[in-house]
Write a protein that binds this ligand. Structure first.
Ligand SMILES: [Zn+2]
Length: 315
């Protein structure tokens, strides 16, 4: 059997990580380079001249307007009391673990309290979620409706904790998966699916769906919509036109069940879905995933605890 190039890629070893990001000065230099790749630029007046100063953390004082800034001001790391080495170690485990990492495992690996590990993890997942929201699928796309916490929409189960979402996989001409989107939706009705498709799918696409009535209006949004009657159960899951969306849905559920024993689907499901998609969409270069997440984190906005605890719809 030929070796899977993506599956067997070396990734970022722990020794290479410690060599590149093992000290606070190295992490600070990486944040500065990500934030100001062309050198310091004042957020207020765009001046590029500064005086270095210090206030517990290295500060950059603009020579024109006097505004003081640090490398993490305005980013998801703003106001953190943690060392940057702790953030980087968390980014390492979040990006290099095959199926993600639980807050409990992060607590042990990084050496922080459980509430700190939980918040750190959700802040990084929020960064991933915001990145994935900008992904636009095009070409041949397999889509399916699914639920977190169960698969049968008619049976809401204990606590009614089943959360509807949509899965979509873009494949190349040879039918190989390229990028995926998993998005929470309020329901699988026509209006919700239309709103989702408008944001997630390019109009010139070929979309393949099953015969679910909520998908019927896709024909008016994309160049070609092919509904296939798949039936239900295991036979439907083996339908060849939906091979990749079914495979990735199965992988997602295995990953969530294996790594996270319990989480609030309804409140935070969007972040777990986005984290899986983020990792899958960057799977071809595991080593680059940490610097890419760092760039996204530096470009993102502050996420205080009260904001992180809001459900998706209230963000
Ligand atoms: Zn200035």
């Amino acid at each position: 059997m030929p070796m899977n190039r993506i599956q067997f890629q070396p990734g970022l070893s722990l020794s290479a990580f410690l060599r590149d990001y093992g000290t606070e000065a190295q992490c600070e230099a990486a944040v500065v380079a990500a934030r100001w790749p062309e050198g310091f630029v004042c957020d207020r007046c765009r001046c590029t001249r500064f005086s270095p100063t210090h206030n517990g953390r290295r500060l950059w004082q603009c020579k024109d307007c006097g505004y003081q800034s640090s490398s993490i001001v305005g980013s998801v790391m703003e106001h953190t009391k943690l060392a940057l080495t702790t953030w980087f170690l968390a980014m390492y485990w979040v990006t290099q673990s095959k199926n993600g990492i639980s807050a409990l495992a992060l607590m042990r690996y990084v050496g922080v309290s459980y509430p700190t590990a939980w918040l750190l993890r959700h802040k990084l997942m929020q960064v991933m979620f915001e990145r994935e929201q900008a992904t636009l699928l095009s070409g041949r796309i397999e889509i399916d409706d699914a639920f977190l916490g169960g698969e049968q929409p008619g049976r809401q189960g204990r606590g009614g904790n089943k959360v509807p979402f949509l899965a979509a996989v873009e494949t190349d001409l040879r039918g190989r998966p390229q990028i995926v989107r998993f998005d929470r939706v309020d329901n699988h009705g026509i209006a919700a699916i239309q709103a989702w498709a408008t944001a997630a799918i390019a109009p010139e696409s070929l979309v393949l769906s099953d015969g679910w009535p909520g998908f019927t209006q896709l024909s008016s949004l994309v160049q070609c919509h092919e509904p296939h009657i798949t039936g239900h159960g295991p036979k439907a899951a083996k339908h060849p036109e939906f091979h990749w969306v079914n495979t990735l849905l199965s992988n997602l559920k295995t990953a969530l069940a294996g790594t996270f024993h319990a989480f609030a689907f309804r409140k935070y499901g969007h972040r777990y879905l986005a984290e899986f998609a983020y990792r899958f969409n960057r799977r071809s270069n595991l080593k680059a995933m940490l610097p890419r997440l760092l760039h996204a984190a530096v470009a993102s906005s502050p996420q205080p605890l009260r904001k992180i605890r809001l459900p998706e719809t209230a963000c």
